[in-house]
Design a binder for this molecule. Structure first.
Ligand code: NAD
Length: 361
């Protein structure tokens, strides 16, 4: 697989990634290196990573072995906060980390967001590398320079923009990821294809099982995200395209959280993609056959959820609290055609109700 080389960061695939990481470590002579993981990625991913990095490249082994440190956090959003960041920073200080130290984030979006954030503020910023171990991390969270933590139930409210120096994509990590977590990441892959082109969507439609998710499809998905963020790194215009499926998806996720029911982010986004594809048909004339195809495809991977009238009313109320909205009205990213998104579309409540009916039928 080709590498993606940009001015601020590089993305390497498969074994080349480890070779490049070794070269980086040798070249930069980092005084200390932290490998940050959560207990799951420590259990399932660390030994594979170490084997690839150390055993296959013994030259580096001697140089870094004494300066390698490990820190693991409890898995899940519960660890994505400022007090965990301070604990990690205290660990760095007490182990003599300096400006020329490196953090290697080995995990999903939790770890790349948390470790990237710590790296961006420790001593005014040190270098970090993202080694994504979840599908969502590979195609989304580790790419694009956004780092951050949550505060008082407000997601990603504290954060910074800082690009990882290197991003390594090793699809072998996905073999231990649960089916639900795979599906959650798959939502972003579907979204990227719909934003990108009919050809990209055609390739995604061929997937009948998560095991069909190839390195090439991961590459296509990353490339789509990069093409979108490249000209808009701080989300002032076209980066908004990435919110497709997320306006209603986030409201559904929040509704679940406040009702103490469990839903993964990507599971809510899958529903959001169906609803907002329907809205694309209503408002921008996306062809109905495309909308039906999107719905059928998504429902092959996820069970339909039934929403009562009260559920839908509350979800609509929650729309106006989405921090991405500039005013009281919900503004949606919708598709004119597959591969042709448009942002800031105002949608009426009756159309949202109709979209839920369409989802339910
Ligand atoms: N910075 C961004 O641009 C951006 C974009 C999207 C999402 N995010 C953030 O990403 C986070 C969600 O990411 P995620 O879905 O990867 O969640 P996650 O990192 O919490 O991983 C999900 C679960 O899978 C486990 N896991 C990860 N890799 C594994 C593997 N290879 N084998 C076994 N278990 C594994 C984790 O321990 C965790 O329990 C959220 O905090 C979200 O805000 C950030």
């Amino acid at each position: 697989m080709k590498s993606i080389i940009k001015q601020k960061y590089s993305i390497f695939f498969g074994s080349l990634g480890y070779v490049k990481l070794n070269e980086l470590i040798k070249r930069k002579k980092y005084n200390k290196i932290l490998i940050l993981s959560d207990f799951n990625t420590e259990k399932y991913c660390l030994s594979h990573f170490q084997n690839q990095l150390l055993t296959t490249h013994p030259i580096v082994e001697n140089e870094i072995i004494n300066n390698l440190f490990y820190y693991s956090v409890t898995p899940g959003e519960i660890s994505k906060n400022i007090s965990e960041s301070v604990k990690i920073i205290n660990f760095l200080i007490s182990n003599g980390f300096k400006r020329n130290s490196l953090i290697i984030n080995l995990g999903g979006g939790l770890i790349t967001d948390l470790g990237g954030f710590v790296a961006s503020i420790f001593m005014r910023g040190i270098e970090f590398v993202n080694i994504s171990t979840s599908l969502l991390g590979m195609i989304d969270a580790s790419i694009g320079g956004k780092t951050g933590v949550d505060l008082n139930n407000l997601k990603n409210i504290i954060g910074s923009f800082k690009f990882a120096k290197y991003i390594l994509i090793d699809p072998l990590f996905l073999s231990t990821l649960s089916k639900r977590q795979m599906n959650s990441g798959f939502s972003e892959m579907i979204k990227h294809s719909l934003l990108d082109s009919k050809d990209h969507w055609k390739k995604i439609k061929l997937i009948s099982h998560h095991s069909n998710i190839s390195e090439e499809l991961i590459y296509d998905s990353i490339n789509t995200k990069i093409n979108i963020i490249e000209n808009d790194p701080k989300e002032s215009n076209i980066r908004k395209f990435l919110n497709f499926g997320h306006t209603l998806g986030h409201a559904i996720e929040t509704y679940y959280l406040e009702s103490n029911k469990e839903i993964l982010h990507g599971e809510a986004i899958l529903i959001g993609l169906i609803l907002e594809s329907f809205l694309s048909h209503k408002i921008l004339d996306l062809e109905l056959k495309d909308v039906l195809e999107i719905k059928d495809f998504i429902l092959k991977f996820s069970k339909k959820i039934s929403f009562s009238k009260q559920d839908i009313s509350r979800i609509i109320e929650l729309l106006k609290f989405d921090k991405k909205n500039k005013d009281e009205n919900a503004r949606f990213v919708l598709l004119k055609e597959i591969g042709k998104p448009s942002f800031d579309n105002l949608v009426e409540i009756k159309d949202i109700m109709e979209a839920f009916q369409f989802y339910d039928n």
